[in-house]
Structure formats: C-alpha cells, structure tokens
Design a protein around this ligand. Structure first.
Ligand SMILES: *[C@@H]1O[C@H](CO)[C@@H](O)[C@H](O)[C@H]1NC(C)=O
Ligand SMILES: *[C@@H]1O[C@H](CO)[C@@H](O)[C@H](O)[C@H]1NC(C)=O
Ligand SMILES: *[C@@H]1O[C@H](CO)[C@@H](O)[C@H](O)[C@H]1NC(C)=O
Ligand SMILES: *[C@@H]1O[C@H](CO)[C@@H](O)[C@H](O)[C@H]1NC(C)=O
Ligand SMILES: *[C@@H]1O[C@H](CO)[C@@H](O)[C@H](O)[C@H]1NC(C)=O
Ligand SMILES: [Cu+2]
Length: 669
C-alpha cells in the first residue's frame, strides 16, 4: 500500500467508525472498531522506528480498554450527554519479531497512546490460526508419518491437537512451544476416546516448525465401537441412519407468552434487573453494572460493577511422559471468548430465547464473528418463588403461592474436549446465580488394560472401557466479581457460627450457637476455603444501613466446593495458586483481572491473584473485588464414557439486609 492510499484508508475508517458511534462505554468493540484498531496498529508499526519495516504483526488480543470508574460514574450521571463519554480506547496485545507488546489505542484520535514491551515470563493467548497450523505440522514431518506406518494407521484418519506445555521450573527463557498429541478417527468422530499414545510432537509457534519429536512406545488405541455420540450418522451409500430418536422433533412447541425482557444495544432489562452484557475474546461474557430496582427507594441500586470468568485451571494427575504437562489454563492460553461456540436454537436455548453475536480479532487484526454467542431467556422451571398455607386460623385456610420466573444469560465455551455451559441467572428476589455445567468429552489415555483387575500399579485414573483410562483431574473456575453493593466502598465480613456451652443451671439447655462477625482488614484476612460450613461471607456497605440499622449487604452462598490437593511447591500449583482458597478479596485495580495472570501460557506464577494478595493491602471500607473459585475434583466413571452428562457447579450472590423486607412480596403470578 502506498503512503497516500493508506492515508485514505485510514480516513475512511475514521469517518465510518464515528458515524457508527456507540451507546455505552462498556460496549465491546464493534467490527468497524476492530478494523480501525488493525489499521492504527499496522500503520504505527510500519512508521515507528522501534520496529524494523516489514515485520509481521500478529494480534493476540484486542478488546475494550476498560474506562476508569470515575469516568463511568460521571457518564452514568447523565448518559445522554455524549461529551460525557470516556475516551474510546482498545487494549491490544500483539507479537512482532518474537516479542510481545501491549498497546493502548485511542479510537477517537487514531493514535497509539502507549506501547509497552512485555519482558516478563509467559506468553499471550495462542491464536486460533497458530493452533490450526501447529496441528497440521506433524503430517509434513517424515518421522511422524513413519510412526503412523509402524502402527499400521491410515494417516488420513489421524487428527492432532496442540497442548500448552506449562512450566516445570526451567530457569532459562523458553521458546513459545506446544506439544501436539494425535488421535485416530477411523470409524468415529469421538477423537478424544482414541488417543495415539507414546508420541509427542513439539512445535515452536514462533518459527512454526517441529522442533522436537519422541515416539517411545506402541500402546493399543481404544476401539471406535461405542464411542459415537451423534444422533444422525452418515453411513456409506445408505444416506443417514438414525441412531437415536429426537424427542424435540416430536415435541409440539407450545405458544409462549412474549418474554418480558428487552435488549437495547448491550443493555438487558428484565423485571427489576438492569445490566450490560458484553463479549470479550478472552473472558467470554462480561456482565457490567448489574443493578436492581428498589421500589421503596424508587431507584436502581448497584450490585455488581463487573463480573466475568477470570480463569479456568485444569490440572491432570497423570504423570506419564505424554501427560504430566497437561495443566491447562484454558481462558488465558486458548482464550475463553475465542472458544465460545454458536448456540443451537431450541436445544442450547429454549424457543423464546433472544440471541446476540460476539466479535473477536483474527490473527491478522481483521474481525471475526461468533453468531449466537449468547442467548438470553426467561426460565420457568416450575419453581415456587414463595408460598404459605395458613391453617392456624379457625375455620379458614389461606394459601398464597407465587411462581418463580428467572432470566438466564447463557454461553457455551468448548475448550477442545470439554464444553462448559456458563449461566448467569437473575432472580426477582435479587439473587444472582452462576451455574457452570461441565460436559463434553474426557481426555482418556490409551492403555493395555482391558479389565480393572489387571491394574496393579498407579493408573492415574479409572478404566472406562477396554484400553481407555479416564485421567483424574480438577477443574477450577475462578470468577472475578467486582461487587459494588449500593456504592463502591464495601467491606468483607466473615461471620462465624460458634457453639457456646451453657455453664451453670440457669437454662434447660446445655448449648446453643451464636454469631461472631469480623470485617476483614487486609487481604490475608479474606482468604477462605469454603466447605467448613460454619461461616457466612457477606459484602457489606458499611456506610449504609437499613431503616432499622442493619448494614446493607450481599451474601456469597457457595455451592458444594473443593480445595486444591497439589502441594504448594508443585509447578502447576505455583502457577494456579489461586485455587488454594475458594475466596479472595483484593482492592479494585483495573490491571488485576486474570487470576492466573495476563500472560498465562508458560507463566511462572509471578502475576497471579495469590501474588497480588501477598501485598496484604487494606480492604476495609474500600472499593474491593471478590474472587470466587468453583472447584471440581473429577475422578472419571463409566457413565462419563463416551461423552459426559452435564455436571453442575453453582454459587449465588444473595441480598442480605439489602432490602427493607422481602422484595417479591407483591409479585404477581
Ligand atoms: C489521543 O487521545 C488520548 C486521550 O484519549 C491522549 O492521551 C493522546 O495523547 C491523544 N493522542 C494524540 C496523538 O492526540
Ligand atoms: C479402520 O476401520 C476399518 C473399518 O472399520 C477397519 O477395517 C480397519 O481395520 C481400521 N484400521 C485400523 C488401523 O484400525
Ligand atoms: C414487562 O411487562 C410489563 C407489563 O406488561 C411492562 O410494563 C414492562 O415494560 C415489561 N418490561 C420489560 C423489560 O419488557
Ligand atoms: C442451681 O444452682 C444453684 C446455685 O448454683 C443451686 O443452689 C440450685 O440448687 C441449683 N438448682 C438445680 C435445680 O440444680
Ligand atoms: C495494580 O496492579 C498492578 C499489577 O499487579 C501493580 O503493578 C500496581 O502496583 C497496582 N496498583 C496499585 C495502586 O496497587
Ligand atoms: Cu472433568
């Protein structure tokens, strides 16, 4: 492109972008804005003296640079005033000449506001394009083809997947590599049930070539039979053969009431709730400014300033050579948002759901789209909102029942073998319920074993079928929850329920329990492992009280949860040490967003929630952030084969002296 034509292109982009406009400072970058970022960054690199010309730039992340809280607040005070909009900026991570740069790009004046070289450990999210090329490299690598021949495998039926390699204490600066592992289709689409064990192909992502290879053993490949999970399977010549009957096809979709919610731009309004829903290529769904209407105060009151899935840590417990490094930080390594998939109408979401699209950046800076990335729907699960039957009044029976309806925002992240269904559910009672359903395919290891009785040494898992070991592993999903309960300054109050013995004989009772509350002063007071069951965890606004004098608050209600079992000095744990506690609280800091760090691929655990928390900053009556990690220990069982039924994890945020009384007393059926 000649200088003059690039100038013209830039000019066109600016006028298009400004005419497009945007409505809300938290709106994700629109396609035109992503293109504008591409133009600004590429012209910056070709004109800046710090880059040699013709260096290729790869975009690893492009997203909204989150505006500062004060500017969001001043915008909220009069949102119609466009001069009130904070500057529209993008946060960009690129790699140029094997180096990682963080850029801030201003979209209103088309400039690169800052450019910082990332000198520390760890690499940005791997691009989809890199994964695709890396997965294909073994097929051009003669020793790999020879290994397939040696096993009598038809190369056309082999597919490969790139695994991140983690960090195991190496001192020297590492290259950006992945380890590619392969699977054999030949009669199934369920590749993850058919691993070709014993082989590792190392690919350097910057050089994009095979830099290491090991074929150390021939291990039986589990058979294809019984692994297919499709409803309709194509067979040779005979067209489609129905394996299972579809109940949906026979279901008559009943006429539904119009759902009582609206989506205006990215703002969702339903019943007493209002929130902003944005897509991010790293975090996936981001809920912002979730506020609930209080009829008593005749105003919306803030609950959640911003909430999103911060990291997904999945360490496997198999120590064999082809497995020990399988310690995934899915959201940061592969991109939680990049791995979202289009939702299937009628099956992923009910008939009256509304859908939204998501836009991300391709490696070359152009925009890509995930259609139907979110669905929003009203759920009537047949639950009771509240009820009472009064039989205590002579000659009368009073029964009052209210049905419960809720609003669900759904996203599905498919991280290779696993599918996570992430639901943010809003209830009229003020409750926000977050549910994560884990389903999809296990990672299994091929083995000689065909019967559990043959297993004599450590197998690191369960025999699921002949020649298939389901490896033990964990899932730790860390949620970033910047609660701003009725304002920014909040405190984190832990209330212990303590057993008291009755001394003396003044009561008929020998014991009772009572509450002992303590506001966490610093970060170290706020680390909690849930499961002891005797502690209530509440975010309160110490500056606001109900009319009768209780502190206004919201309670974290954890679901059943687990803690970390790895030792503190184990390298996966050093990198994923946020999993040591289920609850952390930190002071709000815009650059502390990802529990495993911003650059989590091959990280050394230097930029993690646990490291930030070591500063032990004050958190009382301050703008603070709650981090909640939901954990599963997964010991596979035969029902997980060949595909795993959904397993749910859940937590709730629940009003706690937030309202003057039951906020749904006047709910109509
Ligand atoms: C562009 O705007 C930002 C503020 O939004 C400012 O910091 C920066 O200096 C401006 N750059 C130019 C080249 O005007
Ligand atoms: C591939 O599948 C075909 C058809 O089921 C079978 O005959 C053949 O043995 C399989 N090849 C291997 C290497 O498993
Ligand atoms: C919900 O329904 C009521 C009554 O029909 C209506 O007044 C209100 O605007 C609706 N709310 C939304 C968010 O659509
Ligand atoms: C209760 O304790 C008092 C003083 O300790 C004693 O005098 C009294 O007999 C006790 N009563 C009973 C019912 O044990
Ligand atoms: C915000 O977080 C970053 C990254 O942890 C840190 O370098 C910086 O000092 C923090 N700022 C404050 C004010 O704590
Ligand atoms: Cu699992």
């Amino acid at each position: 492109m000649s200088p003059s034509s690039s100038f013209l292109f830039l000019f066109l982009t600016i006028s298009l972008a400004s005419s497009h406009g945007f409505n809300h400072p938290f709106d994700p970058l629109a396609p035109l804005e992503i293109t504008q970022v591409q133009t600004i960054v590429t012209s910056y690199i070709s004109s800046s003296s710090s880059f040699t010309t013709n260096q290729k730039v790869h975009f690893h992340y492009v997203g909204l640079e989150e505006p500062d809280k004060p500017s969001i607040n001043s915008w909220l005070s009069s949102p119609s005033l466009s001069s009130n909009l904070p500057p529209r900026q993008a946060f960009v991570i690129i790699r140029v000449g094997q180096q990682t740069h963080e850029l801030k790009v201003d979209l209103s004046n088309n400039s690169v506001v800052s450019n910082m070289l990332h000198n520390g450990n760890g690499f940005p999210t791997i691009t989809s394009e890199e994964l695709e090329i890396a997965n294909a490299l073994p097929f051009e690598y003669p020793p790999f083809i020879a290994s397939m021949d040696k096993r009598g495998l038809n190369v056309e039926e082999v597919v490969c997947e790139s695994c991140t390699v983690g960090w195991f204490g190496e001192k020297e600066k590492s290259n950006r590599i992945v380890k590619v592992v392969c699977y054999y289709l030949n009669g199934t689409v369920n590749l993850f049930m058919r691993p070709i064990e014993g082989i590792i192909v190392v690919v350097d992502l910057d050089q994009m070539k095979v830099t290491g290879y090991n074929d150390r053993a021939i291990i039986p490949i589990p058979k294809a039979e019984g692994t297919d999970y499709r409803q309709v399977k194509e067979t040779d010549g005979e067209g489609e053969r129905r394996l299972f009957r579809s109940s949906l096809e026979e279901e008559i979709i009943m006429q539904q009431d119009e759902p009582n919610f609206s989506i205006e731009g990215h703002t969702v309004r339903w019943e007493n709730w209002e929130f902003h829903l944005a897509f991010d290529m790293r975090a996936g769904p981001i809920i912002s400014l979730a506020s609930i209407f209080d009829p008593e105060q005749d105003t919306y009151r803030r609950v959640l300033y911003r909430g999103f899935l911060s990291e997904i840590f999945v360490p496997y417990m198999d120590l064999t050579l082809e497995w020990y490094f399988r310690v995934f930080f899915d959201a940061g390594e592969y991109g939680g948002g990049l791995c979202t998939v289009p939702l299937q109408p009628l099956t992923d979401c009910p008939p009256d759901a509304k859908f939204m699209d998501g836009y991300f950046t391709n490696q070359d800076g152009s925009f890509g789209k995930t259609p139907n990335v979110f669905c929003v729907f009203e759920r009537d699960a047949g639950n009771v909102l509240w009820r009472h039957t009064e039989t205590g009044i002579p000659n009368r029976v009073i029964t009052e029942v209210r049905k419960e309806k809720t609003l669900v925002v759904r996203t599905v992240l498919t991280l290779s073998n696993y599918d996570y269904i992430v639901d943010w559910e809003f209830k009229k009672t003020g409750v926000i319920t977050v549910t994560v359903g884990a389903t999809g395919l296990l990672e299994v290891r091929g083995t000689e074993y065909t019967h559990a009785d043959q297993i004599k040494e450590e197998a690191y898992g369960t025999l699921l079928a002949e020649n298939s070991l389901g490896a033990n592993h964990d899932h730790f999903l860390s949620f970033y929850l910047d609660l701003d309960i009725d304002g920014e300054a909040n405190s984190f109050v832990k209330t212990k329920l303590e057993t008291k013995r009755v001394t003396g004989n003044w009561s008929e009772r020998k014991s009772y329990w009572t509450t002992v509350s303590e506001a966490a002063k610093t970060e170290s007071d706020a680390r909690v492992r849930v499961g002891s069951g005797d502690t209530q965890l509440v975010f309160v606004n110490p500056n606001k009280k109900t009319k009768i004098g209780n502190n206004i608050g919201y309670r974290l209600v954890p679901g059943s949860n687990v803690g970390q079992l790895l030792t503190d000095d184990d390298y996966p744990q050093i990198r994923g040490d946020f999993s040591k506690y289920n609850v952390w609280v930190t002071p709000f800091n815009k650059s502390e967003r990802y529990a495993g760090g911003l650059y989590v691929d091959q990280s050394h655990g230097e930029d993690t929630l646990a490291e930030w928390s070591k500063r032990d900053r004050e958190i009382e009556n301050k703008d603070i952030v709650l981090w909640y990690t939901m954990g599963f220990h997964h010991v596979p069982c035969q029902e997980d084969f060949p595909l795993m039924p959904t397993l749910n994890g859940v937590f709730e945020l629940r009003p706690y002296n937030f309202f003057e009384q039951n906020p749904v007393l006047n709910a109509k059926n």
